[in-house]
Design a protein around this ligand. Sequence first.
Ligand code: UDP
Ligand code: MG
Length: 319
Amino acid sequence: MRKFNPILAVVIPCYNEELCIGSTINRLLEVLQVLIQKNKISDKSYLYIVDDGSADNTWGIVTEFHSVNPNVKGVKFIKNFGNQKALIAGYEGVREIGCDCAVSIDADLQQDEWSIEKFIEKFSEGAEIVSGIRNSRDTDSFLKKNFAVLFYKLMYVLGAKIPMNHSDFRLVSKRALDIMELYPEKHLFLRGFFNDVGLKTAYVNFDVKPRAAGESKFNFLKLMGLALNGITSFSVVPLRIISVLGFVMAVVSFLIGTETVIEKIFFHNASNGWATNIILLCFFGGIQICCLGIIGEYVGQVYKEVKSRPRYIKETELK
Ligand code: UDP
Ligand code: MG
């Protein structure tokens, strides 16, 4: 049990969210106010908005809020680095400013902001990480819903057991943020990291709402990129599968080859086999290219890491 009122920092990544960021900030300030009145968090708690290189007036709105309420803080990137980098920047920013725990929540308030109270309760009971779990995926499109289910199942099979239906709505303690700094990888996959880190974790279920305003900033390609990054940064099982597949195919090819030679020498009845040849050629060719692609994903991951480019670059910060 923790016996103090923690300073809570709410991290909000946003990209072209001018249509909803104002109402989101107001609502989250209301949540903080209620929690302060209930004596659950410190009155030094604040919001930290990460503008992921928006081209609209998102940052203008954040700056206006900051000028009347210094508890609305934030940072703006010079260009769009993607939602994961925005979250990492948020966690690093609030760690630098100072907090006892941080909650990350989307700018469109699809996640239930009042669940933050339950997060804080779990934190007070000793959890270092509290993961929000969606009750349903009804607000997602058919494609996204099924893609997500497939991704979680695949991750599970590959050994990276991230909680099903957890997006990045979570509370993390200062200790978890300190440990995150020990992971220097540039393309850190946060869901994998917080699940893998070994700290005491609690779960809170919440209902998903439709987007407050505007459109989803995740297209299918961005989602695929996130999923591939998740797999390649937390599991090498696909590489092992390739090795095993190669071995099995070599054994099968050897057996088929031996059988063909025996037929030819002893029975002189090896068939012309044109169709068989073409089918085998295409089959093995396809599998080889597919395996090369998987290896290529890992090489790409190493390539990106080895260049060691910055995760993000700040343009301005409001502290
Ligand atoms: N986001 C971001 N950078 C991006 C894409 C999205 O910071 O490149 C933010 C976005 O503003 C939102 C959150 O990430 O606060 C989740 O995005 P969105 O709601 O568009 O995703 P969805 O809920 O449709 O998966
Ligand atoms: Mg959303």
